[in-house]
Design a protein around this ligand. Sequence first.
Ligand SMILES: [Zn+2]
Length: 257
Amino acid sequence: MTVLNPLRILAVGAHPADPVERAGGTLAKHAARGDDTMMVSHTTGTVTHAFDLFPATGTDKLAIKPDLDQRKRDELRDAAAALGVRQQMVLDFPESPMLFDLAHYVTMVEILRDFRPDILLCPHPVEVGRHDHMDSGRFTIAAMDYSRADGFPSPLAPYTVPRLFLYYYEDFRTNQLMATPRQSAEVVVDISEVIERKRAAMLIFGRTQTRRGEDYPARLDRFFASGDGSVGYNNGFAYGERFNRWHPQRVPYLPID
Ligand SMILES: [Zn+2]
């Protein structure tokens, strides 16, 4: 199946694995029908998404970081290929803490103004648990706002992102710390037909995200069973990914689906 008017879909995350883990099935489905897809990671993820690779102590323990950064970049490249996602980019923003300055905002605004997504996906801005995810979401939503401003310091034409969907984990402590209810999905995408593609993409991150002595593929299977599998179970199909809408759904009558 190929769509007549392909959409441009941009999925942004704090770390390379994030958009794959939470929206990879959705991206694979859109890519397969001919939509133009892209993933952007704000950081290399080396600080928080590389397990048991740094020496525990020593003044030169971080000396391997440049090598690890490259391995993380390679992982997103290969995961994108596994999903059929056409473009991907790993930026080099500070990670844990994510500290943003004007140059970072210009970079993100120019990605939006250049790719001009019909749909943007990013982490939920109050997903407390892994603070980079929350910071990445807040930053992306701010950049989406600045992108439409005529006077923003960029030579590229302003662009208004028409649709934003937020992805998240239900188990992070949003309610305790932000006094907001635990998110409940507003949109659930049936990803059953691409679950093997998503699994193949997620397996790639096992190169740096396998803990010592761990069976990473087995952890992945538990992840699919308890995460995407439970979303599917609760919604009448095998596997699903969930999102919240930022923009209201504009319809002439009450939607029945
Ligand atoms: Zn992450």
